[in-house]
Structures are given as structure tokens and as C-alpha cells.
Design a protein around this ligand. Structure first.
Ligand SMILES: O=C(O)C(=O)Cc1ccccc1
Length: 290
């Protein structure tokens, strides 16, 4: 039986995790903090960690990308995309107006994961411009805080599951600014993921450019382009060593084969780039086919 570390029960990550591993017997290790999700596998307690890495509305989850790069050395073994439907959660009985509807002015603070708060920016600006927002470690943690603080004018943003688990009401459903809000999740750990196969494979690398080499980034991109290797994502992140020094996080739409991709990597290493392979793995873009 696999042991898998993930954010708390009822979080978006937890729902996505249960979807990938449905039908399998799993020992779930729920952690309040993403750092403990990573460290559970890095320390050998868990076999895998599940990490939300990118969202349709908000883009990359920088903290999680930085943990993957700077704090642990855990290969990516799979990626999949899962819908993130956010809801406003609280105690309806505490928010009634004279006609029995919801009086949003009675909500003084909204508590949730910062990415979830950002996904619902327009809803909050329209209905809750007066309310404070408080970022916490997960949407499920925000619901737990609302549950444990009755009468405090708190509302959370989270999943239907988290609301049901906490015995709270869904005050407003599907409040994200755009429909089709999806999150990309990574499965990280030492062993390959083999439970499901995908025709689509990716390889993620981290490239550090040589100093004082004008046009180095163009040469990196060219090394893939002339080999007709498609790059689906490139993102610069600080190396945290010196202002203006970046890693380039590159997703490549092919497996780490034996000739083409290794030769492209050798070519960019030859001009002085440092390349770290973050993983080569199956990609499941359509969760309905999982
Ligand atoms: O907080 C959660 O529920 C998570 O799983 C992290 C997250 C938050 C918002 C969008 C995607 C993942």
C-alpha cells in the first residue's frame, strides 16, 4: 500500500489526489503545511507528495515551485490537471438579513489559501469589498478556522467537501472569477508512477544560464527548436543567490529519450548552462480520462 502526503482532507489537493489514486488502497498523510507535505516524502515517511504547482487563473504557485527546486530533491513522477471549484463557506444562520437572504456586510473576514483568494478576486470585490482577507496554508485550513470561530463574522473559500466535513453552509457556490478553473498537480517521489499510462509524456528541467554570455537564452531555446522539440512552459524564478539571477523552469513535451533530448541538453551544457532534470513523467491533461 502506498503512503501519500497531501494537504488536509477537503482541500483541493486532497480531492485531486483521491481522483488520481481512486480505486487504490492508500495510506493518506494529511499535513497542514505544504512544507510538511514535501518533507514527509523527503524523509522517507511517505512514498509520494502531491503538490499543486500551477493554476489557470493565478499561474504558478511560486512557494511550491521554490520548495521543489531549493528545499528537496524529489523527482516529478506524474502530472495531472484537476478542476478547482471554489465556494464561499460559513454559517448561513449568522448571516441572515430581514428577508431571510444573506447579508454579506456581516462577513468581516474571508480566510483561505492565497491562490484561492486570488481566484475569487472579482467576487470578493463585488460582494465583500469591506471584508479583510487572511491567507492561510490551505482552503481546508480556512474552513477549519471558520468552523472553530462561530460568531466571529468569518467566511472561508473552499470545496464543497470541506464545507460538509465542517458542518458549515455553502453561502455562494462556484465563485471563481472564471469558469474552467483548473490546477496542475505534481506527484513527486523517488519511484516512477506506473498505475496509469498516458500517451503524453513530459520532461521538466531547470536551466541556469552562463554569466556574461549574450544571447544564451536564445541559444537554449534554439537547441530545442531546431530539433522540433516543443516547450510547453518556460518560467524564470530567482536563484535566491543574487538579484537578477534566475533559474529557467522549462517543461518539454516529450519523454527523456536516448538521443534527441539528451543531445539538446548536451548542446546547452556545452555553452555553459547548468541543467537539472526535475523529472520525466506521464502527463494527464484530461481528468475525466483518469
Ligand atoms: O488549499 C488547497 O485546497 C490546496 O489544495 C492548495 C490550492 C489552493 C488553491 C488552488 C489550488 C490548490
Amino acid at each position: 500500500m502506498k503512503t501519500i502526503a497531501v494537504l488536509p482532507a477537503g482541500s483541493v489537493s486532497d480531492e485531486a489526489a483521491k481522483h488520481l489514486f481512486r480505486g487504490e488502497e492508500v495510506d493518506w498523510k494529511h499535513h497542514r503545511l505544504i512544507s510538511d507535505v514535501f518533507l514527509s516524502t523527503a524523509s522517507g515517511v511517505s512514498d509520494y507528495s502531491i503538490v499543486p504547482i500551477e493554476n489557470t487563473i493565478e499561474g504558478s504557485v511560486s512557494l511550491h515551485m521554490d520548495w521543489l527546486v531549493h528545499e528537496v530533491d524529489l523527482p516529478i513522477q506524474a502530472e495531472w490537471v484537476y478542476p478547482s471549484i471554489q465556494n464561499l463557506i460559513g454559517r448561513a444562520s449568522e448571516l441572515k438579513d430581514a428577508s431571510g437572504g444573506i447579508d454579506y456586510s456581516l462577513i468581516t473576514k474571508v480566510v483561505s489559501h492565497p491562490v484561492a483568494i486570488a481566484q475569487c478576486y472579482q467576487f470578493l470585490r463585488k460582494h465583500l469589498p469591506h471584508a479583510a482577507t487572511e491567507p492561510v496554508s490551505s482552503t481546508a485550513e480556512g474552513v477549519r478556522i471558520a468552523q472553530n470561530n462561530p460568531g466571529a463574522g468569518l467566511a472561508a473559500i473552499g470545496t464543497m467537501t470541506a464545507a460538509a466535513n465542517a458542518g458549515l453552509d455553502v453561502i455562494a457556490s462556484a465563485i471563481t472569477d472564471h469558469d474552467n478553473n483548473y490546477t496542475r498537480f505534481l506527484l513527486v517521489g523517488p519511484a516512477p508512477y506506473t498505475a496509469r499510462q498516458s500517451d503524453s509524456r513530459k520532461t521538466s528541467i531547470l536551466v541556469t544560464l552562463p554569466e556574461d554570455y549574450p544571447g544564451a537564452l536564445h541559444q537554449v531555446l534554439s537547441a530545442f527548436a531546431w530539433r522540433k522539440i516543443n516547450l510547453s512552459r518556460i518560467e524564470s524564478r530567482p536563484t535566491k543567490k543574487k538579484l537578477g539571477n534566475y533559474y529557467f523552469y522549462i517543461d518539454i513535451d516529450m519523454a527523456l529519450d536516448t538521443v534527441l533530448l539528451p543531445s539538446a541538453i548536451q548542446e546547452i551544457e556545452a555553452i555553459g548552462c547548468h541543467v537539472r532534470i526535475l523529472g520525466s513523467y506521464p502527463s494527464f491533461a484530461d481528468y475525466k480520462k483518469l
